[in-house]
Design a protein. Structure first.
Length: 443
């Protein structure tokens, strides 16, 4: 009965979430002929199909004006194979494609939650998923903006769960696809490369990225692909997202680069802000990877610790790019479910719960409400509220790291022959590329 009650709560949450989508989000999608951010994907695919450069924003703007849908289009700055995933829009009008994507994106959210429940079964996952469905405002923001974060998250979660169960090739292929939709999952691939037991999956991911680039050649030729890697991609380090004109210091930007840009103001990222951002992000990534490398066997032996280790990397994936908008916060579904399981299994002290509740409340708080509250504040209070979401992401990432790096309790000394060899290890070495060592299972 208790198990069914958890599922009943999730079912009710799905109903509340669906009602919110139909009542609040769908009208915004239905009435937005300009298709918001989705227009960049749509017109990039149309440009590529017409043998034009999808990374030339002027081309995208001309196509939009020819259709009479909008005067200009935001730059397209995703890897070339990404266009394979949106080639289905080619025969459709912009508004039809945008509405179709709204439905597909909702299904990808369902895929994320099902993959998490498959990976971390239990009431903590089911109940935290229900809470997220009902209260986490970045999800509807992601839906109506027409963004592509949820399919990437579904691939990441599915890949990690499969790799822990020993399916290295499939896991690597899925992560390679995720990295070719958005570059940030490459941080997880790098993590795998540093671990000999996960290296096969990492090489499969790299091979999948190359294979997808080859498959994209009929749509995006070698000259255009070279343009992305030599002209567009290097600009990410300076905050130049292929000519994106949105200021980095926008109040809705929650990135590390935003903090440095405020500390050293100027036109875009000044030299001091750029170097500060580089040093801090590289230090954060390298320090986390080095720390996780030291506990890699224990992490991969425990699904909750693995989810938390992955969740920490996902938090840094969200903070490291120059732009961290509200819709990017849907990636944090993974670390939130991970810490919920850590708290339920007492791998995270109960004293952390009030802090985590505050962090979740800040991230779930509607950005529009925060902006309204900022008008009545100034000084330190204004800055604290303005950067509340950044601080909450940092708190969540640190909580995930605490669980991933914790020292396991020492098992009692075994009785009988061989007991003089010392305490038994508390964790198995985890699955190899071909499955659990020796084909045995551990409790």
């Amino acid at each position: 009965m208790r198990r069914w009650s958890y599922w009943l709560v999730l079912l009710l949450a799905v109903g509340v979430h669906g009602q919110g989508l139909i009542g609040d989000v769908w009208p915004k999608v239905r009435d937005a002929a300009h298709a918001r951010d989705f227009a960049s994907y749509y017109y990039a695919a149309q440009a590529a199909a017409q043998d034009r450069n999808p990374y030339d924003t002027r081309v995208l703007g001309r196509l939009a004006r020819q259709d009479g849908t909008r005067r200009g289009v935001h730059p397209f700055f995703y890897p070339p194979p990404y266009l394979l995933t949106v080639a289905w829009v080619l025969p459709l009008e912009l508004s039809t494609a945008y509405r179709t994507w709204f439905v597909l994106d909702s299904l990808f959210l369902l895929a994320v939650l099902l993959a998490l429940i498959r990976w971390l079964p239990g009431p903590a996952t089911v109940l935290s998923a229900a809470l997220i469905l009902v209260t986490y405002t970045p999800i509807p923001d992601n839906h109506w903006m027409g963004q592509a974060n949820l399919p990437v998250l579904a691939l990441v979660v599915g890949s990690l769960g499969l790799l822990q169960r020993g399916h290295a090739r499939v896991a690597g292929a899925l992560m390679g696809l995720a990295a070719m939709m958005k570059m940030s999952p490459g941080l997880i691939v790098l993590w795998w490369l540093l671990d000999p037991a996960r290296r096969r999956a990492a090489w499969v991911a790299c091979g999948a990225a190359i294979g997808l680039s080859v498959l994209a050649l009929p749509l995006v030729g070698p000259d255009v692909q070279a343009w992305f890697y030599t002209q567009v991609l290097p600009g990410f380090a300076t905050g130049d997202y292929n000519g994106l004109t949105v200021p980095i210091t926008l109040s809705g930007n929650h990135s590390i680069a935003n903090l440095w840009a405020q500390a050293f103001p100027g036109d875009g990222l000044t030299a001091a802000a750029r170097w500060g951002s580089r040093v801090s992000t590289i230090g954060l990534a390298v320090g986390t990877l080095a720390a996780l490398h030291r506990v890699r066997d224990a992490v991969w032996a425990d699904p909750i610790r693995l989810a938390c280790a992955s969740g920490a990397l996902v938090c840094w994936m969200v903070l490291i790019p120059a732009y961290t908008y509200e819709h990017h916060l849907v990636f944090l579904i993974l670390p939130w479910v991970a810490v919920a399981n850590a708290v339920a299994s007492r791998q995270l002290p109960w004293g952390c719960v009030p802090v985590l509740i505050g962090a979740y409340g800040a991230l779930a708080w509607r950005l529009g409400a925060i902006r309204s509250a900022l008008r009545d504040l100034d000084g330190a209070a204004h800055l604290a509220l303005q950067e509340a979401k950044f601080l909450s992401i940092a708190v969540l990432g640190c909580a995930c790291l605490v669980v991933a790096l914790r020292r396991p309790a020492v098992a009692p000394r075994a009785a009988g022959p061989g007991s003089d060899r010392g305490p038994a290890s508390t964790a198995p070495t985890g699955p190899t590329d071909s499955g659990p060592a020796g084909g045995t299972s551990t409790g």
